[in-house]
Design a protein around this ligand. Structure first.
Ligand SMILES: [Zn+2]
Length: 239
């Protein structure tokens, strides 16, 4: 440049100085306005550009920093996609449905156990095995020596059922109502009778006999299944 613009550091007055008037080592200048004297070093060409490079550097640094943050998510995303694919492959919908069904069944099995035992008394053994006991009438008592036969009583045919109740436990047990189910050769239940034993309780190791008759039994009756009834026996026996 032909002209160099110099500013007085004291009064900020500006002077145009011919280029080359100030050498690299600088020279003494004297302000024509305020008479201030100072040592002026040569001002490089294109002074505005002195300020620009650092700004650009900052910008590039900032963008570089942002890039550093923006770059990693790309491989991460691909990683997530890859692992998601693996999960989908190892857990097919069928397996998820199966697990859901199993969980639902377990809940139904545990919370509906009273109903299940009522319909299928043998399931109480299963519940006992997994530590979920369901009270069953007469569960501590043993029915034994059951005998069934037909007999004629005064011209009327009856089905006689006879047996024993044994209390093998060490505590006195309540005697439940006895239920007799008459079944045919195929196992179909033809009729069901309830019989209330005379004794209301059974002492430890006590055995009592029971017997009841059913008039006009079905001709197809082949056997009688004796179990305990869910009905709670009444404490009143009057007519
Ligand atoms: Zn000045």
């Amino acid at each position: 440049m032909d002209i160099m613009r110099i500013t007085c550091p004291e009064c900020f007055a500006q002077f145009d100085v011919p280029d080359g008037a100030i050498k690299e080592t600088g020279r003494k200048l004297r302000c024509g306005q305020c008479k201030h004297q100072w040592h002026q070093l040569p001002i490089p060409d294109e002074p505005p550009e002195i300020m620009e490079p650092p700004t650009k550097e900052l910008e590039t640094k900032i963008s570089a920093t942002y890039n550093e943050f923006e770059t990693p998510p790309i491989p991460e995303n691909s990683d997530i996609k890859a692992s998601a694919n693996i999960e989908t492959k190892s857990l097919p919908i069928g397996a998820i449905i199966l697990v859901t069904l199993i969980i639902t069944s377990i809940f139904g099995f545990i919370f509906g156990r009273t109903i299940i035992v009522a319909y299928a008394p043998s399931s109480s053994i299963l519940y006992d095995k997994i530590g979920l006991h369901v009270p069953v009438p007469g569960e501590f008592l043993v029915i034994k020596n059951v005998g069934v036969w037909r007999e004629n009583r005064g011209g009327m045919e009856v089905l006689a059922v006879k047996g024993e109740l044994f209390n093998p436990s060490e505590t006195t047990q309540e005697v439940p109502i006895i239920k007799g189910s008459e079944v045919d050769a195929t196992g179909r239940v033809l009729a069901t009778e309830s019989f209330i034993p005379e004794a209301a309780t059974l002492l430890p190791n006590e055995t009592i006999k029971f017997e009841y008759q059913t008039p006009f039994p079905d001709e197809k009756t082949m056997s009688v299944i004796v179990t305990f009834s869910d009905e709670k026996r009444s404490s009143q026996y009057g007519y």
